[in-house]
Design a protein around this ligand. Structure first.
Ligand SMILES: CC(C)(COP(=O)(O)OP(=O)(O)OC[C@H]1O[C@@H](n2cnc3c(N)ncnc32)[C@H](O)[C@@H]1OP(=O)(O)O)[C@@H](O)C(=O)NCCC(=O)NCCS
Length: 151
């Protein structure tokens, strides 16, 4: 598997990957394009030797009380490629990128119904906060907020 930053050339492949992983919640082409060109975001992809993109992670940053905070905005791996460490590597790459940008805190939202993602992030040192975001997703499901302090 090859891991590197995604570029605008990956736009259509990333759009398809989002659809395959998230269906109704998939990011639009326009949003993905903005995330690919915005210097405040970072997009990494996992690619098979054939060139097919099978996973990606999208991170964004914003200033909060004079400190920059990172956010994991999207993470997905195609069903046939899960449980092989792909997402773990993608999170590590984004964390490293955040560190290089001087970011020490990361936040993310995870669906109340997504136990797999919650367990995945907990294994990587992310902790559940008491913050709940009601009706965060299109189907009305609420999100839980997780966070991690980078050392
Ligand atoms: C969550 C997701 C990104 C994990 O990707 P992945 O490449 O399979 O993750 P990894 O192989 O790096 O898994 C690392 C650890 O996470 C946990 N984990 C991952 N998938 C799991 C599963 N199906 N059941 C239980 N634990 C799981 C395990 O602890 C695993 O370690 P192990 O393989 O040693 O047991 C993937 O399942 C996915 O794309 N899901 C759909 C989209 C999604 O929910 N994204 C997150 C939105 S917040």
């Amino acid at each position: 598997m090859n891991y590197c930053k995604a570029t605008l050339l990956d736009l259509f492949a990333l759009e398809q990957l989002e659809k395959d992983c998230f269906q109704a919640e998939a990011f639009s082409r326009r949003l993905i394009k903005n995330l690919l060109i915005n210097t405040k975001s970072a997009v990494f992809k996992a690619t098979e030797p054939t060139g097919k993109i099978i996973g990606n992670i999208i991170g964004t940053t914003k200033k909060e009380n004079s400190a920059s905070v990172g956010r994991i905005f999207s993470l997905c791996v195609l069903a046939g490629h899960r449980k092989s460490g792909v997402a773990t590597r993608l999170v590590q790459l984004l964390e490293e990128e955040f560190r290089l940008r001087g970011i020490r805190k990361i936040r993310l939202e995870v669906s109340m119904r997504n136990n797999i993602a919650r367990m995945f992030y907990e294994r990587l040192g992310y902790q559940m906060t008491s913050d709940i975001l009601p009706h965060f997703y299109h189907d009305g499901t609420s999100a839980m907020v997780m966070r991690k302090d980078l050392s």
